[in-house]
Design a binder for this molecule. Structure first.
Ligand SMILES: [Zn+2]
Length: 440
């Protein structure tokens, strides 16, 4: 899921197409721009050399010539429904495909995550490469994939069937080309990334036996070439105001739960929110009541708070809680003669931890270096993804896009367009992974 997306800086190179725009660019952009002729850093030079390794060049060629295979993986996985908490059928198929590729020790953990491993040629770090199995779509959604030229259209085709296909494509090359990398690659199809899942798949992995052995984490989620190194945290609540209710005329004069909720919404609407770090609030759903001439016995709303720092999220959360309680006090005070109860119940729908992997970290620099070698522009972005969990634990983590062009994520007309160079997505991910693990 990539709903919140804004560039944090231009830490990577600028795209070749943008060079002609530099003259018109404002000073800060020029300051961040790295001319194409700049001397590569040692890391960039080593990734340049890596791209010339015979096994890597063979993999790059295969990813291009076998691009139809990657797209078939993407489409066929997408046609297996995977609503939140109902990812089992897709998980079983994903595990089967890992086994067919020769991935070792493929298993499905208690939470439902598919986990397998590919051992390198020599000891080294452990990197987890994951795509998420779940979608936002309920059971019964038509998930048949339509093809129009280079475009695939289906709910979930980009988010995250693209990620799942890229993980398979990269895994296939690492195994079939016998790339002599160091360390261990853990390949994963995880559950519970989308809202209702509340990152349950990643929480389970990073609370389980693998936690202490994972040195680096990459989620493939989204399309294009973004590097997400900031994890937006969110707190989500379902809030109920309740009272006895009654006839709108006969029982008039008692606190009205709907009116109390209206007072709360007015307070929420007036909350001040900082822009740096970015803080957001939203009342997304309201419901309740039974008829126009009844004082409702219940009013319900769902609220989403977000920020890229844990401190800012805690601060807006405290102000929200205060507003919710004040609304009860004010609605009761409006009807001092009434003995009718008015209560507030706050259910937690989801708490996503916030976290950041610094721009200067090895994992971010290696991701950008791989993009530089491939001559693609990779912006740094902030979003809410599976990488939030390791980021919050200070384990180096990023979410990389899977190439191509996606449209309409989380909508029924979601599409993924491979255009003429979608294969560059898995090429980039492969090079970044190998740059992080090292190849002899
Ligand atoms: Zn996603």
């Amino acid at each position: 899921m990539r709903p919140t997306r804004f560039a944090s800086n231009a830490g990577g190179m600028l795209p070749a197409l943008c060079v002609s725009l530099l003259a018109a660019a404002p000073a800060p952009l020029l300051a961040q721009a790295k001319p194409a002729a700049a001397k590569p850093t040692p890391l960039e030079a080593s990734v340049d050399r890596l791209a010339k390794h015979p096994a890597v060049t063979a993999s790059f060629a295969a990813l291009q010539t076998e691009n139809a295979w990657t797209l078939d993986q993407q489409a066929s996985i997408c046609q297996i429904p995977a609503p939140p908490f109902k990812e089992q059928a897709r998980a079983a198929e994903y595990a089967k495909r890992f086994r067919e590729l020769g991935v070792q020790n493929v298993r499905i953990d208690k939470e439902g995550n598919v986990i397998g491993e590919v051992r390198g040629a020599r000891p080294g770090p452990t990197l987890m490469l994951a795509g998420h199995l779940d979608t936002v779509f309920p059971e019964g959604t038509d998930v048949r994939v339509k093809r129009e030229g280079t475009k695939l259209i289906a709910p979930g085709i980009g988010d995250d069937c693209r990620g799942l296909a890229v993980v398979l494509a990269v895994t296939k090359q690492v195994i079939t080309q016998k790339i002599p990398f160091s360390g261990r690659l853990l390949v994963v199809g995880n559950v519970g990334e989308e809202g209702p899942g509340n990152l349950r798949g990643m929480r389970a992995i990073f609370a389980g036996p693998l936690r202490d052995s994972i040195n680096m984490f990459i989620s493939i989620d989204g399309t294009g070439f973004g590097v997400t190194n900031g994890g937006v945290g969110s707190n989500r609540y379902r809030v109920h105001y309740k009272g006895p209710g009654g006839h709108s005329y006969g029982a008039f004069g008692m606190p009205n739960p709907m009116h109390a909720m209206g007072r709360a919404i007015a307070k929420i609407a007036d909350l001040e929110a900082s822009t740096t770090p970015k803080v957001t609030f939203n009342v997304g759903i309201v419901s309740g009541g039974t008829s126009v001439n009844s004082i409702p016995f219940e009013a319900i709303m769902e609220i989403d708070l977000r920020s890229e720092t844990a401190a800012a999220l805690a601060e807006i959360d405290a102000r929200l809680q205060k507003a919710l309680r004040e609304a009860v006090v004010e609605e009761k005070a409006r009807w001092p003669q009434s003995k009718a109860a008015l209560t507030l119940q706050i259910d937690t729908m989801g708490l996503r931890p916030a976290g950041t992997t610094p721009d200067t970290s090895f994992i971010v620099r290696a991701s950008l270096a791989a993009a530089r070698t491939m001559n693609v522009y990779a912006p740094l972005t902030i979003s809410s993804t599976d990488a939030n969990v390791p980021m919050n634990l200070r384990i180096p983590a990023v979410t990389l896009d899977g190439g191509g062009v996606g449209r309409g994520a989380h909508s029924l007309d979601e599409s993924y367009d491979d255009r003429n160079d979608g294969y560059k997505g898995p090429q980039w991910v492969l090079l970044a992974v190998l740059g992080m693990l090292g190849v002899k």
